[in-house]
Design a protein around this ligand. Structure first.
Ligand SMILES: Cc1cc2nc3c(=O)[nH]c(=O)nc-3n(C[C@H](O)[C@H](O)[C@H](O)COP(=O)(O)OP(=O)(O)OC[C@H]3O[C@@H](n4cnc5c(N)ncnc54)[C@H](O)[C@@H]3O)c2cc1C
Length: 403
């Protein structure tokens, strides 16, 4: 079927990349992107890094680190509008406010949202204004958090993943007294014990208090927020920021035949059916390690590129060859990693960098793949990819570009 009208639901990086990729692959029909946020796409990773640290590179005080260049895909952008339903037989997307958008091809890129401790506890949505729990997902969340930390409150951060650690680092940098609650060594689930140990030591050295004690519960006692841990430990602070993971935005697809066991599972070309693809944080896709959701920036971009071509070209489109790329920073450290993580044990290769503590690392993974990491080490990503793929020999001056 010729696709004349394509609708993209979600105007984050996956939606933006899908629009750009559809155009570069030759789609010149009607393109409409529906975005619940009132903004053009922006960089979420910046929200917990430069922006929260207060050094987003601009002198006029405005928050700019998250800005992306204006879109050039010439889609009709419906900003501040949510898709509320989908009829796959009639090929119609329903919109809040009552309108409907017909499509020949659909890209689902509705991303994910922060899980909240309060709604976990009550089993339902958090009642407005009854909790001191802040999360960080949107630019509005970042502005609210930045305002709150500027008074240097005491802060409890719940969650020892990359986001929790970045928020903790930002709050420390702003002069807050910060406690991080994590039921395992922070970052160990994402990176493995070796890298997690380096980051956790740096964090503690910077003044972070790390507390275990089992699953956390939030109790709002009016003046302060209390976090109660499974072992009975009670922690009190002015502010609690939770970073306990994300959940896909699929409510608007409730009851849809597209959902398998409550999730969107695409094939190796990003397809749910020939006329519908999905990409980004919302989608599960096949990787070397099974069908997974990989809610990371570069994963969203790579998935969206594949899905756009999958929608236009079907079986003739290239399959997704996923190679994870991840970065984080905080407590004076920066890390870039190519390949699957967490990695087990100490690295098989370590090349110290020029500055103390900087290193280029590589692990041979049991499945035959490699993971390369640059710790406070400046290296172009293609070189890091070569190190992950082909080992240290690939970095020698006369080594072929790809082995
Ligand atoms: C603070 C923070 C820091 C991060 N740091 C890193 C990092 O360092 N490295 C890294 O790799 N990744 C990082 N990530 C993750 C990365 O930002 C995400 O993986 C990426 O933004 C996902 O893009 P997406 O387009 O799939 O989803 P999203 O960015 O969630 O965009 C989806 C968009 O769809 C909209 N939407 C949802 N439902 C509807 C609907 N029904 N109708 C219309 N629109 C809808 C949403 O409002 C949103 O604007 C970070 C995330 C956060 C929050």
């Amino acid at each position: 079927m010729t696709l004349r009208r394509i609708v993209v639901v979600g105007n984050g990086i996956a939606g933006l990349t899908a629009c750009d990729s559809l155009r570069s692959a030759g789609f010149d029909g009607e393109l409409t992107v529906v975005g619940a946020e009132r903004h053009h796409p922006y960089s979420r990773p910046a929200l917990s890094k430069a922006l929260l640290h207060g050094d987003d590179g601009k002198s006029d005080g405005a928050l700019r680190a998250h800005e992306l260049p204006p879109p050039t895909h010439e889609a009709t952008e419906l900003l501040g509008v949510s898709a509320t339903g989908l009829d796959v037989d009639a090929r119609l997307v329903s919109l809040d406010g009552g309108g409907e958008l017909p499509y020949d091809g659909l890209v689902i890129a509705s991303g994910s949202r922060a899980k909240r401790l309060a709604s976990w506890q009550s089993g339902g949505p958090q009642p407005e204004g009854t909790s001191r729990e802040l999360t960080l997902r949107s630019i509005e969340d970042a502005v609210a958090l930045k305002e709150r930390v500027s008074d240097r409150p005491s802060v409890i951060v719940v969650g020892g993943g990359p986001l929790g650690m970045e928020v903790a680092s930002g709050c420390l940098h702003m002069g807050c007294d910060v406690t991080l609650v994590s039921d395992a060594t922070p970052l160990s689930r994402q990176l493995g014990d070796h890298l997690a140990g380096i980051f956790t030591s740096a964090a503690i050295g910077s003044g972070l208090r790390v507390v275990g004690g089992g699953k956390a519960r939030l109790v709002d006692r009016g003046d302060s927020a209390t976090v109660v841990l499974a072992d009975g430990t009670e922690l009190e602070a002015d502010l609690v920021v939770t970073a306990i993971g994300d959940e896909p935005n699929i409510d608007w697809l409730a009851g849809s035949p597209l959902l398998t066991d409550g999730s969107l599972r695409v094939d190796s070309r990003g397809r749910l059916r020939p006329d519908i693809v999905a990409a980004g944080d919302v989608a599960f896709f096949p990787t070397l390690r099974g069908v997974e959701r990989v809610p990371l920036w570069t994963s969203a971009i790579d998935q969206a590129r594949v899905a756009a071509v999958g929608l236009l070209q079907g079986d003739a489109a290239p399959e997704f060859n996923f190679q994870p790329y991840f970065w984080t920073e905080g407590f004076g450290l920066s890390l870039k990693a190519v390949g699957f993580t967490p990695v087990a044990g100490a690295p098989d290769y370590c090349e110290p960098g020029g500055e103390s503590g900087s290193a280029l690392l590589r692990w041979d993974n049991p499945d035959g793949s490699g993971t390369a990491a640059a710790l406070n080490y400046r290296i172009p990503i293609p070189r890091l990819r070569r190190l992950a793929d082909a080992g240290p020999a690939a970095l020698r001056p006369n080594a072929p570009a790809r082995v």
